[in-house]
Design a protein around this ligand. Structure first.
Ligand code: HXC
Length: 514
């Protein structure tokens, strides 16, 4: 046979395999408002950049008449490609083939491309759309998941790992996304849960829809499992492309510096931040004021909104922001916001992204609920993450920095490299009201007019401690800056710390308060 004929034969075979589960299954997929696995890869990657691996892999299951079944690609498409011109590895489960269920060879394809990503040191993207462990393959399917989880853990901190949930992701299958760095969900499409509605009905006698149990909104607003929420698959792919712009290929590289042509911009923080520290404002406006082109990519926007995290660029350099949000629960630290900040700090640190912290909080959220939910353990994660991080750490205290909140939010004591404060900063053990009530209790109680005395003492305390100058006088704050100068000061700090190099004590690994 001539090469031409053999090539023709290949093309025919390829075409057949690429049909996935066939017309009917594809029609069903479309009816559910979903793209096919192949369309997803094509839409996400740079045009024409996808190179497929293992198209001809077949399953080896024999039980339950599986030997009679042909499952093209064994229900998953794997390969390499580029996004924004940069290499990535990808897999996309094909729900049209046996519900994208994960059998042994399906898992082998995934682990093979994960190994490739690990060797090449490039980001790994997994698109999940699957009924979970392939029931007919029994323990072999479970083994497959275990192999994936093990790799997710080993490459954690080596290469960025992204999970996209575009269909069901049920049972133990959810743990691969949970082990990765960023989880993307799409309204009406993503469904993520450990035990499905059927099991809940059987065991608990309760009826619940898949959407209410583990839909995109549930994981974006309530559980915090998802980091990015989109209305459509195409919007989700735009988000993934945006995220990758801020990340390096692996932990040994730095994110690209982009020529921004915006060296100095003036903004008026006094229009955003009220001097009265009990008044709320949107800290995202402060962040947008300091980043290039006011472009801020917020992460976990809908969950634990008292903490704002996300990426931006300053003078072309990728940075991660951690900021208290005064317009939501006064920006307190609580169980969820602590988890949110701590994990993000660790991500930035792992991938050489400097951390900028903006502080304005009254402290940790008081209450039995929080105490019993483990605010001690969760709050400790923030201390651990800041202390451990070796990337440049720059902190700007905008207004309140009280008590444990002052220490936790990137303070000098946890080894921030630069601590700046606005003249509106109030750095103290607690707010003036609480402090006056405690330390002047006797004077207030014995006064002729206790209310007037209380006000007088609050004012006294405010004058003495609720400012940045006591901390600046001790060197805990490096400089009290004009708010308008914040971007300029941050640019300088990033420039002088670009070759920061420190090493911690040698050890196997620390034991963070997981
Ligand atoms: C084998 C499966 C499958 C599975 C779906 N299919 N899930 N085949 N193993 N786990 C097949 C169906 O038989 C069907 O095949 C096709 O995929 C499409 O499925 P439908 O049910 O028709 O689709 P839909 O109505 O959209 O429902 C989707 C679904 C449902 C909600 C995901 O299929 C479902 O509940 N599947 C089971 C989910 C589950 O409990 N998985 C195991 C979890 S335990 P045909 O041939 O008819 O087209 C687990 C353990 C992992 O994953 C542990 C790791 C540590």
């Amino acid at each position: 046979m001539s090469i031409k004929k053999k090539t023709k034969e290949l093309l025919k075979l390829r075409e057949k395999m690429q049909e996935g589960g066939g017309e009917k299954a594809i029609e069903k997929q479309k009816k559910m408002g979903k793209l096919t696995a192949r369309e997803r890869i094509e839409s996400l990657l740079d045009e024409g950049s996808f190179q497929e691996y293992d198209l001809f892999v077949e399953h080896e299951a024999r039980d339950f008449d599986m030997d009679k079944k042909i499952l093209p690609g064994d229900g998953v498409i794997t390969g390499t490609g580029t996004i924004n011109g940069k290499p990535i590895c990808i897999y996309a489960q094909d729900f049209t083939v046996a519900g994208g269920s994960l059998g042994y060879m399906h898992a082998r394809k995934i682990t093979k491309i994960m190994d490739h990503a690990m060797r090449m040191r490039i980001p790994m993207i997994g698109i999940n759309d699957s009924g979970g462990a392939r029931i007919q393959e029994g323990v072999n399917s479970l083994a497959g998941y275990g192999e994936i989880f093990w790799r997710n853990t080993l490459v954690s901190g080596v290469i960025p790992q992204i999970s996209v949930i575009l269909g069901p992701c049920a049972g133990g299958a959810v743990y691969s996304p949970a082990l990765t760095d960023f989880v993307f969900v799409v309204d009406n499409v993503s469904k993520m849960f450990i035990t499905g509605p059927e099991v809940i009905k059987t065991v608990l006698g309760e009826e619940i829809s898949m959407e209410d149990l583990g839909g995109a909104k549930v994981h974006s607003e309530i559980t915090g499992n998802a980091h990015f929420y989109a209305e459509s698959e195409l919007e989700c792919f735009v988000q993934i492309r945006s995220l990758l712009e801020y990340l390096p290929l692996n932990y040994q590289k730095r994110p690209d510096i982009i020529d921004v042509k915006e060296p100095y911009k003036k903004y008026s923080p006094e229009k955003i931040v009220p001097v009265d520290s009990s008044k709320p404002y949107d800290v995202r406006e402060v962040i947008k004021g300091v980043v290039d082109h006011s472009k801020f990519l917020e992460v976990q926007e809908m969950w634990a909104q008292n903490m704002v995290i996300g990426f931006g660029r300053i003078d072309g350099r990728s940075v991660g922001f951690i900021a208290n949000q005064p317009m939501y629960l006064a920006g307190v630290l609580d169980v969820d916001s602590s988890d949110k900040a701590a994990r993000f700090i660790r991500f930035c640190d792992a991938f050489n992204i400097p951390i900028i912290t903006m502080v304005d909080l009254p402290g940790y959220l008081p209450g039995v609920d929080q105490e019993h939910a483990g605010v001690i353990r969760h709050g400790a994660k923030v201390l651990y993450a800041y202390s451990e991080a070796t990337v440049p750490k720059i902190t700007v205290i905008l207004r309140k920095a009280y008590g444990g909140g002052y220490i936790a939010m990137g303070s000098r004591h946890l080894r921030a490299d630069f601590v700046y404060a606005w003249p509106t900063a109030e750095i103290a053990v607690m707010g003036p009201q609480g402090a006056a009530n405690i330390i002047f209790r006797k004077e207030i109680a014995e006064a002729e007019d206790p209310e007037a005395m209380r006000e007088q003492k609050v004012e006294e305390y405010r004058k003495r401690f609720a400012n940045p100058y006591v901390a600046a006088g001790k060197g805990y704050v490096d400089a009290v800056i004009e708010p308008e100068e914040t971007r300029h000061v941050l640019m300088h700090a990033l420039e002088v710390s670009k070759d920061k190099a420190i090493r911690h004590m040698d050890k196997k690994h620390g034991i963070p308060p997981f």
